[in-house]
Structure formats: C-alpha cells, structure tokens
Design a binder for this molecule. Structure first.
Ligand code: F0G
Length: 482
C-alpha cells in the first residue's frame, strides 16, 4: 500500500490492488448461528463454511491470488518427472533466497517432518524463539525437546516492543553452555512468530543468533512461513533495513541460515511448501526422504498449478505493495480496538488480530476456556469465525491435570488480500457490542475430549444458558436477527 495521506486526516490503509473475482457470502440469522455453533460443539474448527460469514480462522491456504498467479496456473507443464513448472519454481526459490538447493514438499509441516527426521536425535534440544504446534509435534516425535527462549516481552500481551519475536541471546548462550553444542539439534527462528501474535524478529537479532550458531557449529533453521509479515515489519521498523530492498533483506536473512523452509499456504499466497538449503551434503541427507513422504523430486506432493502459483507468489512477496495489505489491515483493526479500550495484543503483528480473552472475559476461569468461549460468542453474534489460542489448545498432562496456557487469545486471522475495510469495520462493530455485553458470556466444558489435538475435534457445551441470554440481548439491541 502506498503511503497516501487522506485530506480528512483519517489513517486508512489503501489497497494497491482491485478485486476482479468475487465469492458471494451469506450471513445466517442469529438463531441459525446458535444452531450451527451448538452442532459444532462450540468448536469453530467444526463449523461448516456455509454457516460462516467472515472466515478468520486462519490465513493458511485462503489468501487471494493475483491475476498473474491465475494466469501462470494455466501454463503449467504437467509431468511426474522433470516438468518445466518445477524448474521455474526451483529457479525462483534459488533467486529469492540465494540458496543453492531446493526440495519441494506438500506443505509446511512436511518440511518439519523431514528436517526433524534428519536432524533430531533422541535427547537433543531444539531452541527456538517460539514453537508452532506442528513443529513441536515433529520434534517431540523424533525424541527431541523444544526449548522456547523468547524475550520476556514476547509474551507480554500489551507492549510497545517492535520485535517481540526476538530470541533472548543470553538464554541461548546459557542453554548451549549448559548442554554442550553437540546436544543442540538445530536452532529454529520462526519469522512472524505465529503463536505469540504474529510478532517479528529484527535483522540484528537474527544476525546475532546466527553468529552464536556458527561459532558452535549448530545448524540454523528459518521457518519462513510468515516471512512476508516479518519482512514488512523489518522494512518499516528496523533501522538496519531502511535502505535495503525487500529482496536484499530476504537474501541477507537466508545467508544467515543453513536451511529455510516454508508453508506456501502462507508465503506466496498459494499452497504447498519447500526447503531451501545452502550446503550440498545437508541437501543430500534431506533429499532421500522426499520421494518417501512427498513425491518425486520435481513435484513433492504439489500439483503443477500450485507450483506455478508459488513461483509468481514468491516474486510478488518481494513487492511491498503486495505484502503490506495484511499487516496494515491488522494494524487498522488493532488501533481501532485500542481506541475503544478493547483488550488486544499490541503492537499489531502479522497474521491476524488477537483479542486478549484473559482480560475480555476476565470473569471466566481458565479451566472454562475463556478464549474458546469468546470464539463461540463472537461467532454467535456476528457469523465471524476465529480460532481459540489458549488452554483449549493445550494437551492434558498424563495424570489428567490440565496445563493452563500462558495466554488466552482469540485469533482473528486476516487472509491476505481477501477482506475489505467495510468487512473489517463490521468485525469491529460486533466486537465492540460483544465487549459491552461481555458479562453475559459464560464458560465452556468438554463433553467429548480427544486425547490428542483436542482443539481440532473436541466438543464443548456452555456451562449455563448464557448463549440464549446473549441471543436475546442481541435481538433486543439490533431489532432484528442479523
Ligand atoms: N510454521 C508456521 C509458522 C505455521 O504458521 C504453520 C501453519 C506451519 C509451519 C505449518 O504449515 O500448515 O502448511 O503444514 N500454520 C497454520 C495456521 C496451520 O493456521 O496458523 P502447514
């Protein structure tokens, strides 16, 4: 988005693209929404998309493609082995990251499977700025332990720190000293740190982490799934990046790492994934696993159309006008919420806007899932689907006790280039109404609780008749059922 000033003084993000294909949306009435969320066991993952007005569950695989991406998809060269499409993608990845080797995978977690199988040995440690669910699962599956060494500010909900995704260097040094470098499988830096609210790290921090890794001979891995947001924030917040182009920043980041992997469901506005590597011997170790888990080396589980869309999407990621829409819409949403006194993670990050359920519904105890209850209530009164990121997403301990999450967030993801400002304003309006009526929101309890990944499939019920009372108040205030 260009930095266009409005005569009125208003600060509004201005899109540098126009919409040429649309999808009709449907807003069910509140009684239908009550039925839908009840049938979904108050779990937004179990809602059917047909019952959802604004789908803010995730930014994964739901970003809008450009005309150039759509056009490229028609030119795809379909072949099991050696397709031209693949070579276009491989060359683009090498160009963008300045790395020598590339391996295709079907999505981000597939990269994590392969990297963990090769690098993680039982008893080894993987330090990271923060974990992502699938990353941790693969590391643990291979016998490793995840150590989160974020800065203290990283998990402060209300902050002005521009780089909450930075790694704490003292803690990293101590971990290496205490355990010895040979115990560290690799160090992982996650761009646009997902679970702490889409928060970036600085180029300086990445440089310092890289120096520590290189001096101890520890492989350094970058999860670049949310790279576009991190690049945007580096460009506008990082003194060191002010005079660098987006591509120059990307090349510098990749130079500091041994491996860069990504989910193309986020990076490149497409679907798929891949691993870029500098070193040939490292590449060879990973290469063997691609045909086993993904597919032949020239498609890795992806369709040729997806690969064409990725190639163009990676190019577009180097264009500030293409990557700033998400973070600028999120900043708009966060600023408006802050003005209204509604608790939200600050500063605004990438990926989405994160409501702080711990403060929003402070009367709901954590074992009644405040963020889950807020997700259910917001869907009920607006048709907006968000994602719980709190205690519901934790796994019970083997003794049956429940770990309480450090944060209780309702994530409202902003799929890139998908929603308009009036839709964001609708979301703000309904969130404000809900905040004013927050005392009516009650807790949830599981009536079907799977042992693993309970947040995906688990079903919950309200602890009282709070949903009926919320519906009643909504109808009284709005005078209709929409
Ligand atoms: N790394 C990060 C930082 C992610 O956010 C994700 C996915 C993955 C890896 C895994 O990639 O889904 O292609 O296998 N995040 C999605 C989300 C699921 O909704 O935030 P994947």
């Amino acid at each position: 988005m260009a930095n266009v000033k409005f005569f009125s003084g208003e600060q509004i993000p201005l899109e540098m693209h126009k919409v040429r294909i649309i999808q009709k949306l449907f807003l069910p009435e509140i009684d239908q929404r009550l039925q839908a969320i009840t049938e979904a066991g108050n779990n937004t993952f179990l809602l059917k998309n047909r019952d959802v007005f604004l789908d803010m569950l995730t930014d994964s695989g739901v970003n809008a493609m450009s005309d150039r991406q759509q056009a490229a998809m028609l030119l795809a060269d379909d072949s099991y082995a050696g397709s031209e499409t693949y070579f276009r993608l491989e060359n683009k990845v090498k160009e963008i990251f300045g790395m020598n080797y590339f391996l295709p995978t079907h999505q981000g977690r597939a990269c994590e499977n392969i990297i963990s199988q090769v690098l993680v040995k039982p008893g080894t440690i993987v330090p990271m700025n923060y974990h992502f669910t699938t990353t941790k699962a693969h590391i643990v599956l291979n016998g490793g332990v995840v150590e989160e060494i974020f800065m203290d500010e990283g998990i402060e909900v209300d902050s002005t720190h521009p780089f909450k995704g930075n790694m704490d260097l003292d803690k990293l040094n101590k971990l290496i000293d205490d355990n010895g470098p040979e115990k560290i499988a690799f160090v992982r830096m996650e761009a646009g740190t997902n679970l702490i609210g889409g928060q970036p790290f600085s180029l300086e921090n990445l440089t310092e982490v890289s120096q520590i890794c290189r001096s101890s001979n520890i492989p350094m891995v970058l999860d670049a799934s949310l790279l576009s947001d991190n690049l945007y924030f580096m460009k506008i917040r990082d003194e060191q990046c002010k005079d660098m182009s987006i591509h120059e920043i990307t090349l510098k980041m990749a130079e500091l790492c041994d491996i860069v992997y990504f989910s193309a469901r986020k990076l490149s506005f497409a679907r798929g994934g891949g691993i870029a590597i500098h070193d040939e011997s490292m590449y060879k170790k990973f290469q063997e696993l691609i045909p086993l888990y993904e597919g032949f080396l020239t498609y890795g589980g992806m369709s040729v159309r997806e690969m064409e869309a990725m190639t163009v999407g990676l190019d577009e990621t180097m264009d500030m006008d293409m990557i700033n829409q998400g973070p600028q819409f999120i900043a708009y949403m966060v600023d408006e919420l802050v003005k209204k006194g509604i608790p939200v993670v600050t500063p605004a990050g990438g990926l989405g806007c994160h409501l702080d359920a711990m403060r929003f519904v402070s009367h709901i105890p954590q074992n009644e899932y405040p963020a889950g209850a807020l997700a259910s209530a917001l869907y009920l009164i607006s048709g907006i689907r968000g994602m719980e990121r709190g205690t519901m997403s934790e796994q019970r301990n083997p003794d049956g006790s429940e770990p309480l999450s450090a944060m209780e967030l309702l994530r409202l993801a902003m799929p890139r280039r998908v929603y308009t400002l009036s839709q964001v304003k609708y979301a703000l309006d309904r969130i404000q109404w809900l905040y004013e009526n927050r005392a009516l929101i009650g807790g949830l309890r599981f009536y079907e609780e799977p042992k693993v990944l309970r947040f995906f499939f688990g079903k919950l019920e309200p602890v009282s008749d709070w949903q009926e009372r919320l519906v009643e108040k909504f109808k009284a205030d709005f005078g209709d059922s929409l």
